[in-house]
Structures are given as structure tokens and as C-alpha cells.
Unconditional design. Structure first.
Length: 518
């Protein structure tokens, strides 16, 4: 390898795989490595990751990727990683020994806690207090309090569930003996051999334990388990910069850690959504819709969630996030029930279907988030006939996915007070479906720019690392490296055709809401 190049190492600790890549200063790719994320399912609803196994896979993958292009750790000028968010771990302060497995963002065992909190007088009083404070002060943070509801995907709910189900952990918290963190916190702790307990602003803002309006750990969560989290929470670090030194014992030489970022915010940065109103969307295991709201966090009425987009020195930017949890699950399930054998077949199968013969599909696996916010909803077909075929079913699934995306888009358009871009930049495996992208484009009346680069989260971490190390001077230089895209343009005739079907689909959706409600 040339000594004249500046090499950047990026790693994406995703929901299904860990992927590492090495680039140079011109964003030429030199090596790639992939490892699987292994999950444990100890009981119904349980989704866990063994922390030592994750760490070992992370380290070995980086070593293997360096070996592929015959580089040493000392050759790496910048290093950044992104990771899945809202995944919780507790470990001993003194020894670093994990006291739990990682509780994944996909874990639903806290559902009982969520129900209890949502029906509690504590939350009702908090909502009323938020209403009063917002009425008099008109501050967005009190609007959040007014409208707050607990949800299973929130790390805060998993923390409360752990404390309530394991009294020994509550004792450890009171005695100051444990630490909590997300995946990035654990990796920073391990990379620095226990010297640093930290998380970046993007991951902190995704926990529902952090008040991003005042930039400090929230005391609100403590109301539900009776103890402050401040003493066990990680310190905050910038998303990009000269952050920490990786201990030389890990890879044989010190490496500068220059970026730590949540995966969705990383994808948005990789898609170069740097300006207010620009929209990035990751269509992978989940669908995450990110609108850059600039220097001001957005307080949603319909359930969109404000997040920190990135923190670079004195520059703090926010995004407004909506999510659909069941995008990839729908495709995986369709394959499982043999509606298709290979993803490449989907387009041709859908074309043979013609109309869906009055069949509608509601993609309610795991319930709904904004704008419905119904964790008790179910997935289902409505309108099945004796003439229904597999092709009808597959096309109805794709249409249902497009319809629910359209609902999320309309809420985002109505609520945000930034100049809203007419271009949506997308990435992720589900975005490879042309029919879905065409239909979303027509319904939203936006151009869809699909990146031909599959790993935009990882690339975002690389951009942030290179920026933090001074390899690139600013975002404008990064934007010059923008990857090739394919554009889908709206078709007014297609939208006119689908609007009546969309109206019928909304009726089907209402039939599926509150299905599992006790």
C-alpha cells in the first residue's frame, strides 16, 4: 500500500452484521470485512447480544480487514464507527464485567412496563404539567412532556424494566457500582481499556434518557424507578473530532478515534443531508426518515422524534425522525411464506399481478409508530378472495409499505417548520425495489435519489472521522465525493390511480389497530 495515502477505517455495528471498510482520502475503497451479529432469544420477546462476543467480533474484523490490504494499525490516519442505537448494557464500574447482555432495541419484554407507565398517574401528571408549562412558556421541551408516551423501542423503558425485574441491579445503582451505556459506550470503554465511559450526542439523544433541549441527562426517567441515572450515565463526547486514543494493546499501535455516531444519523451524513429541510431515509431493518431541522430541535405533536444529528465542536445540528419498524420484516416474511424465492424476482412478479384484486396489506408487525402510535396493532391482509394469488399478495405488501411511508411523509411535511426539500435521498436494502421507489415518489410528489452505495451509514462514519482528523477541511469537500445515485421521479397519473386505493387501505389499517389491546 502507498505511504502517500491517508487511510480511514470505518466500522458499522448494525442490527444484522458488523462491517468494516478502509478508504483513502479520495474515498477509494481498499478492503471490506463482514461479521455476523449473533442474537440470543432467552424468552418470548427477548432479543439480546452477548457483549464480549460482540467486542471480540469487532476487534477480529478490524484486524482481518487491515490484513486484507496489508496495512498496520499505525497506517490508519482516522477511525470512526457507527452503531445500532437504543441497545442497552449494564456493567461493573470497577472491573468492566457485564452485568447483563445487551438488550436490543428490538427487544419487547418491557411492554408490560410500557403499558403500566402509559396508564400511570405519574405520566398523567407529567403530561398535565407539560401542558401547563407549554401554555405559559411556549418552550418546545414542555410540548414533548405534554405529549410524551412510553414506547418499547426506548432504551429508557428497557432500563426501567431491568431495574424492576432485577432488584440486585437497583442496589448496584444506589451504591454507584455500575455503569450503563449503549453499544458505542461499551466499545469506547473497551477501546480505551476502561479509561473512558462516554457516548456521543447522537446516541445519547436516541435513548429517551437524555434531554436534548437542555443537553443533559434527564431526571424524568428517574420518576419511574426511583433513582437518578446521572451517576451511572456516560459522559458526552462530540460526534466528530480528535476524540480518544485507542489503546495500543488492542491493535498493536495507538489509533486516533475520530468519530462515534448513531447509525441513522450516520446514514443521513453519508447522504450529505447537511442543510435544514434536506431529507435522508434509511430503508433497512427499519425505515428511518430523517429531516435536518438545523440548529433547533423539533417538538412533534404526532409522534415524530427529535434527535441530535451531529455535534462537531461548537456546531450542533438536529434532525426530526420518524420510523417504520416493519419494512424489511415484510420482505423477509414474504420470502418465508414463499411469495418469491429471490429479491431479484420481485419486480417481475409484481408486474404480472396487474391490480391486487381488492387485496390490501397492513404492515403492522410490531405495531405502529407515528402518526398512529399504536403498539397493539397487528399486520394483516384484508380483502382475500378465492381468486387471490401470490403475486397479488406480494404487490399488496409493497403497496402497503408505500402507503405507510406516505402517511409518515405527510406528518413530517405538516409538522416541520423548515423549508422542506422536494428530494428524498434513500439508502438501504429495501430501497433496491424499483416498484416501491416509484410508488413512494409518486405519492409524495418528491424525487427519490437512491444511492448506489449500499453502506451509507458506514460511509457517514468515515466522512465524520476524516473530517475530525483534518483529512477533509469541511462538508463542501465531502459533498464533492457524493456517490452515484439513481433518481425516481413522481408520476401524477400513478398518484391519481392510487389515491382511491390509499383511501381503502386506510380503512383496512383501522381494522388492524388496537388488535392486541388487553
Amino acid at each position: 500500500m502507498s505511504a502517500h495515502h491517508q487511510y480511514i477505517l470505518g466500522v458499522d455495528v448494525g442490527s444484522t452484521t458488523i462491517k468494516a471498510k478502509i478508504y483513502d482520502e479520495n474515498v477509494n475503497e481498499y478492503a471490506t470485512g463482514v461479521a455476523k451479529v449473533s442474537y440470543l432469544h432467552p424468552e418470548v420477546g427477548g432479543v439480546e447480544i452477548e457483549p464480549i462476543a460482540l467486542w471480540d467480533s469487532f476487534v477480529q474484523l478490524i484486524k482481518d480487514t487491515l490484513n486484507k490490504c496489508e496495512l498496520k494499525a499505525s497506517d490508519i490516519k482516522a477511525f470512526g464507527f457507527c452503531c445500532q442505537r437504543s441497545t442497552l448494557l449494564l456493567w461493573k464500574r470497577s472491573t468492566g464485567e457485564p452485568l447483563t447482555n445487551f438488550i436490543s432495541w428490538q427487544d419487547t419484554r418491557c411492554s408490560g412496563v410500557v403499558d403500566n407507565i402509559n396508564h400511570s398517574w405519574t405520566l398523567k401528571v407529567a403530561n398535565i404539567l407539560g401542558s401547563v408549562l407549554y401554555f405559559f412558556l411556549r418552550q418546545a421541551r414542555f410540548l414533548i412532556l405534554k405529549l410524551y408516551i412510553a414506547q418499547c423501542n426506548q432504551l429508557a423503558m428497557k432500563l426501567i424494566w431491568l431495574i424492576r425485574t432485577r432488584p440486585d441491579l437497583a442496589d448496584e445503582i444506589r451504591n454507584g457500582n455500575l455503569l450503563f451505556g449503549t453499544i458505542d459506550s461499551w466499545l469506547i470503554w473497551k477501546l480505551t481499556k476502561g479509561a473512558i465511559h462516554a457516548t456521543d450526542y447522537t446516541n445519547a439523544s436516541s435513548t429517551a434518557c437524555y434531554d436534548l433541549f437542555v443537553l443533559q441527562w434527564s431526571s424524568f426517567v428517574a420518576l419511574f424507578f426511583g433513582s437518578s441515572i446521572t451517576d451511572i450515565a456516560p459522559e458526552l463526547c462530540d460526534t466528530s473530532g480528535d476524540l480518544y486514543e485507542v489503546h495500543e494493546d488492542i491493535f498493536g499501535s495507538n489509533i486516533s478515534l475520530n468519530a462515534v455516531v448513531g447509525d441513522c444519523q450516520a446514514a443521513s451524513f453519508g447522504l450529505c443531508c447537511f442543510n435544514p429541510g434536506q431529507v435522508g431515509c434509511t430503508l433497512g431493518t427499519g425505515c428511518f426518515f430523517e429531516i435536518n431541522t438545523g440548529r433547533h430541535p423539533h417538538a412533534s405533536i404526532a409522534g415524530l422524534y427529535p434527535q441530535i444529528g451531529c455535534k462537531i465542536k461548537d456546531e450542533l445540528s438536529y434532525v426530526c425522525e420518524g420510523s417504520i419498524t416493519s419494512m424489511a420484516i415484510c420482505i423477509e416474511w414474504a420470502k418465508k411464506i414463499e411469495l418469491f424465492n429471490d429479491v431479484s424476482e420481485i419486480s417481475s412478479i409484481v408486474k404480472t399481478a396487474g391490480d391486487t384484486d381488492g387485496l390490501y396489506f397492513v404492515p403492522g408487525f410490531g405495531g405502529f409508530r407515528a402518526p398512529y402510535t399504536d403498539p397493539d396493532a397487528c399486520a394483516g391482509f384484508i380483502g382475500v378472495k378465492r381468486t387471490t394469488t401470490k403475486a397479488h399478495m406480494l404487490k399488496a405488501i409493497l403497496e402497503g409499505m408505500a402507503f405507510i411511508f406516505y402517511d409518515l411523509y405527510k406528518v413530517a411535511l405538516d409538522e416541520t417548520n423548515v423549508p422542506f426539500s422536494s428530494i428524498i435521498r434513500v439508502c438501504g436494502g429495501v430501497s433496491s425495489n424499483d416498484f416501491l421507489m416509484e410508488l413512494i415518489s409518486s405519492l409524495t410528489e418528491c424525487c427519490i435519489e437512491r444511492s448506489l452505495e449500499n453502506d451509507m451509514s458506514l460511509l457517514g462514519a468515515v466522512y465524520l472521522a476524516g473530517l475530525g482528523a483534518g483529512i477533509w477541511k469541511d462538508k463542501a469537500e465531502i459533498e464533492s465525493f457524493s456517490k452515484e445515485t439513481r433518481t425516481f421521479r413522481p408520476d401524477k397519473n400513478q398518484k391519481e390511480f392510487y389515491l382511491p386505493k390509499y383511501g381503502m387501505w386506510r380503512k383496512a389499517l383501522k381494522r388492524c389497530m388496537h388488535w392486541y389491546q388487553q
